[in-house]
Design a protein around this ligand. Structure first.
Ligand code: ATP
Length: 274
């Protein structure tokens, strides 16, 4: 267990201050995960362990965990939520998807809606997309002035430092798929009737901008992988590898946080239920 999480860290972490070299990173993890059955079993065990740890986090009531999922269309953000947090009760995990900002959201600074969704003490928050859209789609499509986007990297770092200083551990995963894998997943959305609903013609427009998105991701990874909130790039062409890596990392993070059930200042034997 310890050994595998170390291998996973080595394969995924973007060392703060160093280049992420996104284009050179593998989109499969065949060097560290070879046995699919075993990896699926481990992911299930880890999902159960995450539930137990979440229970203690809630009982302790002093800290929270924020899991950020970023990735290009079809990279598997929804599937990850389903696989990693499927044992957790709905009370302990709060999933927030970030789509195009509303008029109200656009009338505020870009972090306003993000901060409002940050998990309260005792809760695991999961962001499906996040503040990083404001330096990804916004940069690629020129939705804000370039100098405003430029300032956002430091603003995001300061925001994440603020969360960390106030008891929220921040885990950031970039789900890294290849362009070929995206083509297959988009094609499946056209070919399989039960997946048709997932197809959005605008995904094809974004696909044309693949290189621009990769570059924008690379800059965000380079500039926002910090000691307090490092990025992890997860090889995600194989869903079972992606789930195994993320479940193991979330579990390890919660184990390191070591949430404790509070000790009552009374003795159970002092009470009698009649
Ligand atoms: P997903 O692909 O995340 O599973 P989806 O395709 O069903 O979701 P929505 O969740 O409705 O769509 O919205 C996602 C879209 O919103 C993406 O195209 C994303 O780039 C866009 N988006 C998210 N944040 C912003 C932002 N700050 N500014 C502009 N567009 C944004």
């Amino acid at each position: 267990m310890v050994k595998l999480t170390k291998l996973i860290d080595n394969a995924t972490l973007v060392t703060p201050g160093e280049k992420s070299l996104l284009s050179k990173r593998a989109t499969t993890a065949d060097d560290i995960l070879t046995d699919r059955d075993a990896a699926e079993e481990a992911a299930k065990d880890n999902a159960k362990a995450i539930d137990a740890l979440q229970d203690a986090l809630w009982a302790e009531g002093t800290r929270s965990l924020l899991v950020i999922l970023q990735g290009i269309d079809t990279s598997g953000k929804d599937g990850t939520v389903r696989a990693v947090f499927n044992h957790c009760g709905p009370l302990g995990v709060q999933v927030t998807p970030f789509g195009r900002p509303s008029e109200e959201e656009l009338a505020h600074d870009f972090l306003w809606r993000i901060h409002m969704a940050a998990p309260k003490k005792g809760v695991i928050g999961v962001f499906n997309r996040s503040q990083y859209e404001d330096v990804l789609v916004v940069k690629v499509r020129g939705l804000a002035p370039a100098d405003a986007v430029e300032r956002r990297y430091e603003q995001i770092n300061a925001f994440e430092q603020h969360l960390t200083d106030n008891g929220t551990t921040v885990l950031k995963f970039m789900l890294n798929i290849s362009k070929g894998e995206q083509a297959e997943r988009l094609q499946a959305r056209l070919d399989e009737p039960e997946k048709n609903w997932k197809f959005n013609p605008s995904d094809l427009e974004d696909r044309k901008l693949w290189d621009d998105y990769q570059r924008a991701y690379e800059i965000a990874l380079d500039r926002c992988s910090t000691a307090h909130a490092p990025w992890r790039v997860v090889p995600s062409d194989r869903k079972w590898q992606r789930n195994a890596i993320i479940a193991a990392t979330v579990r390890k993070t919660l184990e390191d946080m070591a949430p404790q059930y509070p000790k009552p200042d009374w003795k159970p034997s002092d009470f009698k239920i009649t």
